[in-house]
Design a protein around this ligand. Sequence first.
Ligand code: GCV
Length: 712
Amino acid sequence: MRRRLLFTFTLPVIVLGLFSVVGTSLSDDGYTLWMKYKKIDDERRLSQYQHAISTVNVSGTSETCRIIREELENGLRGLLGKEVLFAAAVNGKNALVIGTPVTSDIVNKLGYHARLQSLGKEGYLLKSAELKGSNLIVIAANGDIGLLYGTFHLLRLMQTRHSLDSLDVSSRPKTQYRLLNHWDNLDGSIERGYAGRSLWKWDDLPKKIDPRYRDYARAAASIGINGTVLNNVNADPRILDAQHLQKIAALADLFRPYGIRVFLSVNFASPMSGRFELDGDRKGGIGNLTTSDPLNPGVRLWWKNKAREIYGLIPDFGGFVVKANSEGMPGPQDYKRTHANGANMLGESLAPYGGVVMWRAFVYNPDVDFDRVKRAYKEFVPLDGKFLSNVFVQAKNGPLDFQPREPVQPLFGAMPKTPLMLELQITQEYLGHSTYLVYLASMWKEYLQFDTYAKGRGSTLASVVDGTMENYQMTGMAGVANIGDDRNWCGHIFAQANWYAFGRLAWDHRLSAEQIADEWIRMTLSNNSSVVASVRSMMMGSREACVDYMEPLGLHHIMQTDFHYGPEPSYDKGRPDWTPVYYHRADSIGIGFDRSSSGSNAVGQYFSPLREMFDDTSTCPEKYLLWFHHVRWDHRMKSGRTLWEELCNKYYAGTMCVDSMLATWKSLEKSIDPEIFLQVKARLEKQKTDAEIWRGTCLRYFQRFSKMPVIH
Ligand code: GCV
């Protein structure tokens, strides 16, 4: 309490605009995310840092450089507990020097040219140096955005109490497009959003700029995000009308100096007249055409004109995301054209301006195959090589739909002539919304490290996505955002860690989940190493716990229909591939979906030796067993238990892990901000109750088929 009062009353003017509405609460309500910049309480470190940075020299006059000064003023004042001096000259002092070889004489003299050459537009160097009796910390880059990223890196080092001696860091992003995908609707609702309503106030824009937009941009830039897709992939065509484009241009202007470009999801039927709006059919557009056939010259011209209009307002507009012929959205197949025809038409309209298309591979037309998880592969692999060079195919990590655990989407590695963008889901649609503590970095690492064997051993998903496998420059990762207008942005304080982790992994997928957790905990909760260790162990176990109490051993899609929160394994109405019974296929013999070579042969979509490994119950990793096989209840597992016993064991292990997360959290009461402590405790208590509901509902239901006693 005291800390926040101090912060609020001593700095009222300066913090305006930088998390400017901070002062409404007495303890930590989570608004400041991982950018709290509280005074360093370790005296030794504090005096080292104060000594190392007695003056700051930022060269450059751009808006980005102004932001860098502002971030440092705010961040260093908070961390060091005193005003820092900004000076044009260094004059024998220990100084922080920030600039490019062009804007800064000092950086120019230090001769980093060769190293900078390999760092591209966004990379940076963070180095200790000596010049004419001054001990310097230097942030050097080829452009101002690199300097901003370097500044956030330095602040992070201080927030996490790293030594600033002998710094020698060079960093450049592993992927080019690092995007948040907001599934925000024009009416302010968010599809699969669990943290309030949309940040974007469409009625107020472009005149009224909510200060929160800037805070969003700061937070996103601090973790390396360089693009934001503002609206839902189930796109309302009106996002492209003249009025909305003005509003979007205002956001783009604000985000630009933070290195963030704006992108839009577009509705494929946009060129059509609104009178084609059929109930629930989403076919009405904002144009006056009677078709959106991608080979129709009028349609092509409409998109070219629209692109010209957009770039007239937003010269660095990023491009379009498209969900087509999926879940009722219109697309080229409505005219018997291919996904490539559709994507290329849009690609052509954006190409003159450097924009890209992200064409989603989330399609599952039942006519293509009985087994839903095979459909995207079957539709897209034949199109490899047919897309224009500014088109990405954007695929979710798994072949189904962001389940707690899936094997990798087999498209990755199978479309060598097409840049593939990885879509991850930060919002926890299937992992307990903003109620459950589930740290997703461990899950994302599992996917990124998944070996596709596309080009032999070592062909990881990461190597497809970062372009090294096929030597692509055009690379990207998208994360479906978990951000809303809740005071703490993400609903659950620990959901902030998932936003944070997405940005860090999109920048560098080699970072470990532990390291990212460590950083986030130190910046958000505490620098006390025993607190860090306890919280890190909660986070690291949380995803496996969630898998275990929801869908262990490769089970999938057994959650409540549409709401996607609790369990509903018995549901069997409506479209089969939207029902749990279609997926778990429990019967008196056993449980699981037979995707082996004698079943749907989904295993055949993977490269050898994965295909053979998945095909055989004795070699299939048990975490995927029921994904690929229908297995007898009395099947002997590696543990020596029968499948039924193992299933019981997993469900109990998952709930016990939640019990222990709650106990650990309670033990930290004295070390955590009171408001954060209570918020998280309440959510963990709910998670404990719900995990038991998952366990009870699923085991009771499956027991009807196994006819065996629940043991644990
Ligand atoms: C935006 C799942 C979700 C939908 C989502 C869709 C998609 O089906 O439940 O809400 O729609 O995925 O990714 O397009």
